[in-house]
Design a protein around this ligand. Structure first.
Ligand code: NAD
Length: 367
């Protein structure tokens, strides 16, 4: 089957949905790979690298014409859909629940679409889970970004001129991004504390060397391993438990999300007013509304000498690794969906296929 890899057109996006390494692996599985010229340039993958891996480099229009499966990272848009024909298979993140117009437009084209953000969070789908592969890098990059914005270093340093005490880092949300943020801040020598509404995360945080701040979460039980929306009572108890650490923190990283909902506001402007001079908040939930009341997406807000940075560009800023991991997720997904001759199995009873297949030959299956 012929696969077409398209250059991402969303502003600021540097990633590409395939790497030269994974191109080789797909070809060995019987796929033919077309790459839009320059698609990997911002991820440091050149056309020649893809060519050496066995892909054919083509102009955008040719890729659309030749490919049976078209692959992107960001959702297909109106410009993309102009070039899509009935029967073609589209694979990208679609966020179908919040994007009904896009799903309608794909359906009108008579195309088929799989959504990578709808991969179920089950053990056997872990190697296809793009939310995890990208959030893991976001957790790492949040610490690096924070370190750059801080006016202090992370580790304890004993010098002839005196001793520097280690920085204090506080992390809200111990999911995929939060765990990587803990590990990264610890590696750099910070003293790390973390909190999460799900009490099962205590052990995970502690195993990475963080001190866990427990909040009485009776009545806040999680659903299928995921947080549900916190009650006002929980948020109050959380503030009381966390405030001492928050007001002493040099860097705060917030990653708290509730699937399908706006992100919970966990840090109010009144709390920010009591934080240390020079403290930095990196809010990774800014695109979902933000965990800090003062966050603005992709802006640096400075209030009372505290920097509040709302960002969603973390995976893009480490595009080489982010593309490689996204590509590996795509490879595992395609291998899962196809047989030994690289043909779709269309096993609609199977959970991963069922959950991710949003439109089939123009018929909307999930909304
Ligand atoms: P997420 O991005 O939805 O949320 C991040 C964290 O924020 C979660 O740990 C959540 O409990 C926390 N949170 C939500 N509301 C909060 C509040 N009010 N206060 C404090 N914390 C709050 O989550 P995620 O990173 O996608 O992962 C969630 C869980 O799913 C993890 O346990 C992870 O190991 C698991 N997971 C499983 C798979 C799989 O099996 N395929 C894949 C990915 C993740």
């Amino acid at each position: 089957m012929k696969i077409g890899i398209l250059k991402e057109t969303q502003k600021g996006e540097k990633r590409v949905s395939l790497s030269p390494n994974i191109t080789k692996q797909l070809i060995s599985k019987g796929f033919k790979v077309f790459i839009e010229e320059g698609a990997g340039a911002n991820s440091s993958y050149l056309d020649i690298d893809f060519e050496d891996a066995g892909a054919q480099i083509e102009k955008r229009g040719v890729v659309y014409k030749e490919a049976e499966i078209l692959i992107k990272i960001n959702p297909f848009d109106d410009e993309d859909l102009k070039l899509v024909d009935a029967g073609q298979v589209l694979i990208s993140q679609l966020y179908h629940k919040s994007n009904p117009k896009l799903i309608e437009a794909i359906s009108k084209k008579g195309a088929t679409a799989f959504s990578m953000d709808a991969i179920p969070r089950i053990s056997r789908a872990q190697d296809m889970d793009v939310l995890s592969s990208q959030n893991n890098l976001a957790g790492y990059k949040a610490v690096i970004l924070g370190a750059y914005e801080m006016t202090k270093i992370f580790p304890l340093m004993m010098t002839a001129a005196g001793t520097i005490t280690p920085s204090k880092v506080l992390i809200y949300g111990v999911g995929v991004a939060g765990l990587q943020a803990i590990a990264t801040a610890k590696r750099l020598g910070a003293v790390v504390e973390a909190t999460d509404i799900r009490s099962e995360t205590k052990e995970q945080a502690e195993s990475l060397g963080a001190k866990f701040i427990s909040v009485d979460n009776e009545g806040e039980e999680s659903a299928g391993g995921y947080a549900k929306e916190a009650s006002e009572d929980y948020k109050k108890k959380q503030q009381e438990a966390v405030n001492k650490s928050l007001f002493q923190a040099d860097l705060v990283i917030t990653t708290a999300n509730v699937p399908g909902r706006k992100a919970p506001v966990l840090i109010t402007k009144e709390q920010v007013a009591q934080m240390k001079n020079g403290a930095v908040i990196i809010d990774l939930a800014a695109a979902q509304g933000g965990n800090c009341e003062l966050s603005k997406l992709n802006e640096k807000v400075i209030v009372n000498r505290v920097k509040v940075i709302g960002t969603n560009i973390a995976p893009e800023s480490v595009a080489t690794n982010a593309s490689e991991l996204y590509a590996k997720n795509i490879f595992n997904f395609l291998v899962h969906l196809t047989d030994d001759e690289a043909k779709f199995k269309w096993d609609m009873e199977e959970e991963i296929t069922d959950e991710t297949l949003i439109v089939k030959n123009g018929t909307i299956r999930k909304s």
